[in-house]
Design a protein around this ligand. Structure first.
Ligand SMILES: Nc1ncnc2c1ncn2[C@@H]1O[C@H](COP(=O)(O)OP(=O)(O)OP(=O)(O)O)[C@@H](O)[C@H]1O
Ligand SMILES: Nc1ncnc2c1ncn2[C@@H]1O[C@H](COP(=O)(O)OP(=O)(O)OP(=O)(O)O)[C@@H](O)[C@H]1O
Ligand SMILES: [Mg+2]
Ligand SMILES: [Mg+2]
Lengths: 155, 160, 155, 160
């Protein structure tokens, strides 16, 4: 049991490091509180943004937390396959630069996995393979496929 | 396996019949505030058997039926396309859940009436659930980073 | 006691209706669960956006909740004066149109009250009387006053 | 009364001395993710006597001192300008809080050493507190609308 856990932990940690470094100039990793007896301790999530010191995930800024969380969720894939990901405005606290990089990353992640992402930002939406525009007509919701050029007009 | 289509009938802000076609890759959903984006995600979770009304952002089941369609039923079908990695042979699997105006609920797999447990078990065998980590509701993304270390270990333990 | 409460409740409700209708094409109001004995019931917050039916605040969309919350907080001013308001990314879930209107409203609200608003959106920032740019230099935070023209470059 | 200036010394991500000048009207604070915007708000709440480390988004008091300034103290001064509506005669009131590297805390009003209670009482008499409704932390705006009706009544009761 502890061996299976350790093996999977290492796979997830490796994937977490890889995904995070694609999203951000920096590094992030997972650490076991008690490596000799993993079930008797927690799992720390540490992240280092740019040339700042590394910090535990809980004391990062709002935008930094969102990026670290996305990287962690996608890293779980290494040990436990999900067929699709559904994200509802995960970019709400991201600045323009981080949103752009997230869009690029999701575009390449989308080659192997299905992503359904709700966002209000054109910088992110425009990177998608398919864009669904949701709108209200006479008090009821409707959905339609949009092409990237229509984004600007649809506003 | 991926979600290829969602058919929404009288569910929350969707009056009448609305279909959403998705691709295997990166799908983006956008639109004004209050247009119905999060309700599409609620529709998927509803079809997958989500029984917590609060998780569907309402206070009672009947409120999931469109305001103007109160005499009718709410129904959502999620089409799962099979790329050879699924535990079923057919090209696609259609999961349907219906909420009648009298409160009765019905589940269907490929059009055949079945129980909620059958739906939930079949989805579970594919690693799918209405409250899985792969579905992140609006406003919840920061909470993953804020988890305390022992909860995070338990999360990994449950997955592995 | 119940008379003082009712008088203040009516002032806050009137202010809530007024502020909300400036922010949104729609209407919102407060309702007492038990008008004859206000302390024995709750206070409902109802909002009607465009030509949709009115709904209780808790079942609005993410962006609609943010707008209703801001209107409510500012309406409290009618019964209880605050010298300043500090808002940290209250516009995170707002679409472009609602952000613009919020910016215009805060600009006029700022004539009488102090507002300190953190935002990542230029549409909102550009409506301010003063813009503070926060940035990181050699791993430490710094702050500087920005003019609107500098917003684009600073990205 | 309004906040005219904030002096931050070695507090969280602010190493050394940084001053923020504000106007009476609409001030906007912007900058990249992780640049220090929310830390400015934490600095104001810290000066106003906030004693919950969790509300300042840390797990222990010492973590509020800048990483590189650990041997030094963290200090925040908030300048409140008087427009004639304040319970004090001076043109301005300066509230200062200092956290020394040994964990000791000191409060000052206009440069004179005083107790936390004096600071909190004086601010309270002006309707100011570190956790007032007029300060909305990042991610918290939706919670006002999600309050249940009886909590909302209690909130109004406490205010009036
Ligand atoms: N049973 C129902 N009948 C009609 N409308 C409903 C029903 N339940 C919820 N709604 C409405 O659905 C609307 C859309 O909600 P939803 O949360 O999907 O919006 P959204 O597109 O995600 O917006 P945001 O960008 O603000 O998050 C809300 O305005 C709500 O009032
Ligand atoms: N004691 C400390 N010493 C140095 N840096 C610190 C300290 N405490 C917190 N920080 C850092 O402060 C940084 C800025 O945090 P803050 O929450 O203010 O960012 P922000 O500008 O609000 O970003 P966002 O737009 O993502 O919300 C974080 O990266 C955090 O690691
Ligand atoms: Mg939404
Ligand atoms: Mg912040």
């Amino acid at each position: 049991k502890s061996q299976t856990f350790m093996k999977a932990f290492e796979m997830i940690d490796r994937s977490f490091r890889e995904i995070f470094s694609k999203l951000v100039d920096g590094a992030a990793w997972l650490e076991l509180e008690n490596p000799n007896d993993p079930f008797n301790g927690g799992v720390f999530m540490l992240a280092k943004f740019g040339d700042k010191k590394e910090r535990e995930a809980a004391s990062l800024s709002g935008g930094e937390k969102a990026i670290a969380s996305v990287a962690f969720l996608l890293a779980l894939q290494a040990a436990y396959k999900s067929h699709f990901y559904i994200f509802d405005e995960i970019d709400a606290n991201l600045d323009a630069e981080r949103s752009r990089r997230l869009g690029e990353f999701l575009n390449s992640w989308g080659k192997e996995n299905q992503i359904i992402l709700v966002s209000l930002k054109d910088t992110l939406i425009s990177k998608a393979d398919r864009i669904i525009g949701v709108y209200e007509r006479e008090g009821s919701s409707r959905a339609i496929e949009l092409r990237v050029e229509e984004l600007e007009r649809g506003k | 396996v991926y979600i290829s289509r969602i058919e929404i009938r009288n569910f929350k802000s969707f009056e009448g019949a609305v279909n959403v076609e998705l691709v295997k890759g990166f799908n983006a959903v956008t639109g004004r505030n209050g247009s119905g984006k999060s309700n599409i995600i609620d529709a998927i979770r509803f079809a997958f058997g989500e029984n917590s009304v609060k998780a569907l952002r309402e206070n009672r089941m009947q409120a999931l039926i469109n305001d103007r369609g109160r005499g009718r039923s709410a129904r959502v079908s999620v089409y799962l396309a099979n790329e050879g990695d699924a535990p079923f042979k057919e090209q696609q699997l259609v999961i349907t859940r219906e909420l009648l105006s009298n409160g009765e609920q019905r589940y269907y797999i490929n059009g055949r009436r079945t129980s909620r447990n059958n739906v939930v078990d079949l989805l579970y065998s594919m690693g799918i659930s209405s409250d899985g980590l792969n579905i992140v509701p609006q406003g919840a993304i920061g909470r993953i980073a804020e988890m305390n270390p022992s909860d995070r270990r338990e999360l990994l333990e449950d997955l592995i």
